[in-house]
Structures are given as C-alpha cells and as structure tokens.
Design a protein around this ligand. Structure first.
Ligand code: UN1
Length: 497
C-alpha cells in the first residue's frame, strides 16, 4: 500500500527507498521506507538557498502569495485520502485521525489565503502636525520548522501556510520517526509551486531529513530569524536558549498535562464521550491529550464505573481497519508507559488497563489498552507528562480546590470544565481561572479548531500557532513616521536650535 500512496503523492522511489536510514511502521515494525540523513553541511547549503528564495518570494505581492497556498490547498483536497493514509501508516494514528490532520491542513490553507489580503497594520495618531504614523508588517526571512512524530503534517501546515503568505521561505526538519509524511507534503507543495509559475522560487520550501545535529545547525543559524518548534519540554529547553543566544525568535509548542474538571451538574453522557476521545484517542499521544480527571467526590464512583465500561469497549488494533486506538509509536514509548504505571502501583494507586495487547499478532507493534489510574493526590508522577494513554483520576470537594489542581502542574497547554453551572463555567475561563492557553467549557481539551491561536503557557513554551492574529509572528513589524509638512517639529516638543 505504501508504494501506491507514495506514487500518487508524487514521492519518488529514490527519495524514500534508497537511503540507509530505515523508517518502520509502528503497527508491525516492518520497513516502510529508507531515507538519507543529511549532515550539517547539507543543512548549511539549504539555508543559503532558503535565503535566496526568500529574497525573491518576499517581492511577490501578498495576495498573489496567497494564490500559491490556495493551489496547495487544492492538492491537499485532491490527496486527502492518500496523505491521511500515509500519516496512519507512518505514525500509527487511526485513519479517521490521519484524515482529520489533513483536514486541519486544508482549513489553515483556507484561512491563510484570506489572510494574504489582510496583513493589516495600524494607523496611529501622531503628536506632530503634518505627520502620519503607521505600522507596517514586512516579510521576515527563512523560517525554520521543527515538528514531532505525533502530528507529522498539520503543525507544519499551520506554520507553513501562514509563513508563505507572509512572504517567507521554509526549512522543515520533521521528526526522524515520520520523514515520509514530510516528503509527501513537500511533493504536494512542489506541485502547487509548479502550477503557480515562475515567480515562486524552487527552493521556497525545503525538507531537512536528519537527526539531532541537523536540527541544531538549523536552530543556531542567525540567517533563520524564526524557529517554530513542536515537541517535548526537554527539546524546548534546549532550543529556546540557543535561538535566544543569537537574538532569534521562537514559537514553542511543548508538553501538555491537560485536565478536565468534572462538576456534579455536568451532563455525564457528554463528559464520558469527551473523556474517551481525549484520553484514549490517538493512543494518548496528543499534546492536548486528557491526562488528569479532577472529578467531584460525589460523582467519582459513578464516573469511574461508566468510564471503565466505556474503556472496556475500545477497539484496539490496526489503525487502518476501523479501530479506535492504534499502536504507540515505539518500544520506548511502551516502556515509559509501563514504568509510570509501575510507579503508580508502588505508590498505592489503583490501575485499570494499561496492558500490552495483540503482541501475538504484532510482536513488534506496541498496542496497549488505555489506562485509568486512581490516585489520592497530584504528586510528581501526575505532574509529569508521560506520552501514552494514562488518565489519572483525582477527586475534589469544592470548585476552588479543583481550579487550584488544574493549575498546579508545570505545563499549561489545554484544560476544560464540564459543568452546567454558569458560575463555574465563567470562573474557569476568567483571569482567576485556568492558567492554560486553551480553556474549554463542555468540550474536551483536545481537537482544537485552527481558527483560534493554539499553544500554552509555562512549560508548554508560550508559543501560539494557527489562527487569530498569529500571522504577525511570521512578519517583522515596522513603525513608520512620515512628515508631509514643510516644518521639522521634534517629538516631545524638543527645541534643538
Ligand atoms: C498536538 O497534539 O501536537 O487540538 C497537536 C488538537 C489538534 C492539534 C494537536 N488540533 O488536538
């Protein structure tokens, strides 16, 4: 299947069959491709080319740049099934979610096309007569994008679509676990570039297939004014100071440890469905995955009972075949999950699920049943993000206590409350409520739409991607004061003669 899909997506065998770095399927551990890893010199050469491409692209009017993104969106629509399938084959998320990722790409392309005619600046009242003051937004330069295995295509597109309409060139270093999806996106974008015509430079977008040294080369280069990186908090802690040391900018989208407060007034049918999707979906490998359930003590037993029943019905298996939960990405992810569960048991927690599944059929695929872990309090284990389907369940007595628990973790990505009490709902989204970048009411913490700004506070890194006014991050701001009078008054009334 992989060959048919790659062929339709326009990736050549030379690109994905002939290298010495083996790409494997998380479902059965089988080889699905071989790519060539690039070293630091190759990355440096790509940055040279990206700089030249930027010079050419930044001169193209923004609405015309939008036309390229429109053409790319058309390619994505045409190849949604192929690219969604490839995402599923390479990262193991179920096909519905692979397709959902491609839909997010299409959505951000649509948004970016409209945005290309709305790169608005302000006009500002000048204190001096005969003067105009305004703010202009100009293209920034080559943008470096680093993405993670769990969302191999959508976060790239959130950044790429906006960065392109803003007049920038792209350098993308995908996770080494999912290079094929990146090559496919690049191939589709190249088709769009070809259809667009000569004013789009050939090196407008480049993919760097490489490991750590290649990423570091990109991060350290002062010719790349912006690095947008998605991944673990540990990765962000390394990237941020390196970019800052050369006064570059970064957009960081790092770990999450997302909670749901489940209040006694909540619609429990809705809440249980939301928990199922956000805690067990994507095999717990979304940065927005629900990891902590803070449930009112009066409904704790009922909720646990309903959840365990729902969890028992989750279909686990081949992500291409209509199951709800596919494999973890690799053996290491499985070991990390098991060691977290082992620690929980040692601390006296009650563990439901979490066992390996289907090992007889897939000896090299790490399928697990999603786990529910009942804990007494929010200790270090719960405060740490384990990238696997583990839902820690804790109870609360009063709402303020629940809010404090929601916020008492190092990460600040997403959060939600299920309640029909308007006071609780509004308190949760108030300035004294959730401290996360995303705070939802009667919706789980995952599955955000692209129209809003996506990202979070604290150890999540502070960056924002996709909608709202995020486009500004991909441009440089310029303040212009224009004197159209015949005098030269100085600001602040200063006399200098
Ligand atoms: C991620 O998990 O890295 O909100 C991104 C969501 C998706 C994006 C998640 N739109 O779950």
């Amino acid at each position: 299947m992989i060959d048919t899909v790659m062929q339709r997506l326009g990736v050549t065998e030379a690109q994905y069959r002939q290298g010495d770095y083996v790409v494997t399927s998380p479902t059965d551990g089988g080889e699905i491709g071989r790519v060539t890893l690039e070293g630091v010199e190759a990355v440096a050469a790509r940055i040279d080319r990206a700089e030249k491409a930027f010079k050419q692209w930044s001169r193209v009017p923004a609405p015309r740049r939008g036309e390229l993104v429109r053409l790319f969106g058309e390619q994505l629509r045409r190849h949604k099934q192929d690219l969604g399938t490839l995402v599923t084959l390479e990262c193991g998320k179920i096909l519905q979610e692979g397709l959902g990722e491609v839909q997010e790409m299409i959505d951000i392309c649509d948004l970016a096309v409209g945005q290309s005619r709305q790169l608005y600046g302000l006009t500002i009242a000048s204190e001096r007569p005969g003067h105009h003051m305004r703010e202009s937004w100009h293209p920034l330069g080559p943008v470096g994008l680093i993405t993670a295995f769990n969302f191999p295509v959508a976060p790239w597109a959130w950044n790429a679509a906006l960065a392109l309409v803003c007049g920038n060139s792209l350098l993308w270093k995908p996770s080494e676990k999912t290079p094929l999806s990146a090559l496919a996106c690049q191939a589709l974008l190249e088709r769009a570039i070809e259809a667009f015509g000569d004013d789009a430079p050939r090196d407008l977008s480049q993919v760097i297939i490489g490991v750590r040294d290649a990423g570091e080369r990109l991060v350290d280069d002062p010719r790349v004014p912006l690095i947008s990186a998605t991944g673990s908090t540990r990765m962000g802690r390394e990237v941020a100071p390196r970019v800052a040391a050369r006064f570059g900018r970064s957009i960081l989208e790092l770990g999450g440890n997302n909670a749901m407060i489940l209040a006694p007034s909540a619609d429990l049918d809705m809440a249980v469905r939301a928990i199922l999707f956000s805690a067990a979906g994507t095999a717990g490998q979304r940065c927005t995955t629900l990891r902590r359930l803070i449930v009112h003590e009066s409904i704790r037993e009922e909720v646990l009972e309903r959840l365990k029943k729902a969890y028992a019905g989750i279909r686990i298996g081949d992500p291409m075949e209509g199951h709800l939960v596919g494999p973890l990405i690799d053996a290491q992810a499985f070991e990390q999950m098991q060691s977290a569960l082992e620690r929980a048991r040692q601390q006296g927690a009650k563990v439901f699920g979490g066992e390996r599944q289907l090992a007889d059929i897939y000896p090299n695929g790490y399928f697990v049943s999603p786990a529910i872990v009942e804990v007494e309090r929010q200790d270090d284990l719960v405060r740490h993000e384990t990238f696997a389907p583990i839902l820690y369940v804790m109870s609360y007595r009063d709402f303020d206590e629940a809010l404090a628990m929601n916020n008492d973790v190092p990460q600040g990505l997403s959060s939600c409350v299920f309640t029909t009490d308007v006071r609780e709902a509004e308190a949760f989204v108030s300035d004294q409520g959730s401290d996360c970048g995303i705070a939802n009411v009667n919706i789980g913490p995952s599955g955000a739409e692209i129209g809003g700004a996506f990202g979070g506070e604290k150890d999540t890194g502070g960056g924002r991607e996709s909608g709202s006014d995020v486009w500004k991050s991909y441009m440089r701001r310029q303040t212009n004061t224009v004197n159209y009078s015949r005098e030269l008054p100085l600001a602040q009334g200063i006399q200098f003669d």
